[in-house]
Design a protein around this ligand. Sequence first.
Ligand code: NDP
Length: 300
Amino acid sequence: MSATIIDGKAFAAKVRGKVAEHVARLQKDHGITPGLAVILVGEDPASAVYVRNKGKQTLEVGMASIEHKLPADVSQDELYALIDRLNGDPQVHGILCQFPVPDHLSETEIVARIDPAKDVDGLHVINAGLLATGQRAMVSCTPLGCLMMLRDTLGSLSGLDAVVIGRSNLVGKPMAQLLLGESCTVTIAHSRTRDLQSVVGRADIVVAAVGRPEMVPGAWIKEGATVIDVGINRIPAPERGEGKTRLVGDVDFASAAERAGAITPVPGGVGPMTIACLLANTVTACCRANGLPEPEGLTA
Ligand code: NDP
């Protein structure tokens, strides 16, 4: 079998298109512009690139982008005062702090300070609890993107066997909750799982979120399964020249594509969906804040 390649770049463009349409409607019918505030602490170059990309895409869909750049030695009190101000600002519907932050600040406490209704990264314990109990939550962007791609590829997921490899609060756990919400039979695998091969071999859906280059060989994949590869790993690529690198996922793409029914590539699979879902979450948060119907197809 040769798998269908799930084009995350094209899918993300479609999601951004839907967000833009909804934003235009909110402006036209209600005079509301959704606003996303991003806080960057320090000068980490990779974080600065992420924040720039987020700001650019936010503006492209017609939303307001509010960036706050704070020095690396900003005090906890100053940072919390900013978050409190954004929590109370009716023009701001989504707030995120770009991680990692310098060691003197606590990521857990920063997330806890953000109003759960504006927590568009879906990391607040209130949102994790709402998701776990099957209630309306803000859902972490990467798993939300994976769910959208799975629904688009498979239609109903009900009754399918799914394995999520990885149990982080950011990806693995919310992914498993979402799949449970779709009535999949869900297995969560992690570093202590005894026989990962047989767990993966049973699954109709494999979501790999580990961070170990090509750790899942294609031979493990059940014929026709759908494979969502969240992993982003940079490995040496001497064939491209001295010192060159390339990105690979947690799944060995070439051999898995021989057995899977559908598979996401790395790069160009899950990656582009994450920012698209951040924008989707912001427009959803804006609708909820204003008591308006939520955009269709952009929520869990
Ligand atoms: P974490 O490091 O927080 O979690 C990794 C998980 O993998 C842990 O639960 C760990 O288990 C598990 N694990 C480690 N080794 C093994 C193993 N040998 N077998 C099975 N499970 C194992 O990572 P994240 O969840 O934050 O990210 C995972 C990957 O996804 C990374 O490559 C990251 O870069 C990528 N990512 C991509 C995004 C995107 O936009 N596409 C967004 C977010 C992440 P244990 O708990 O037992 O230690």
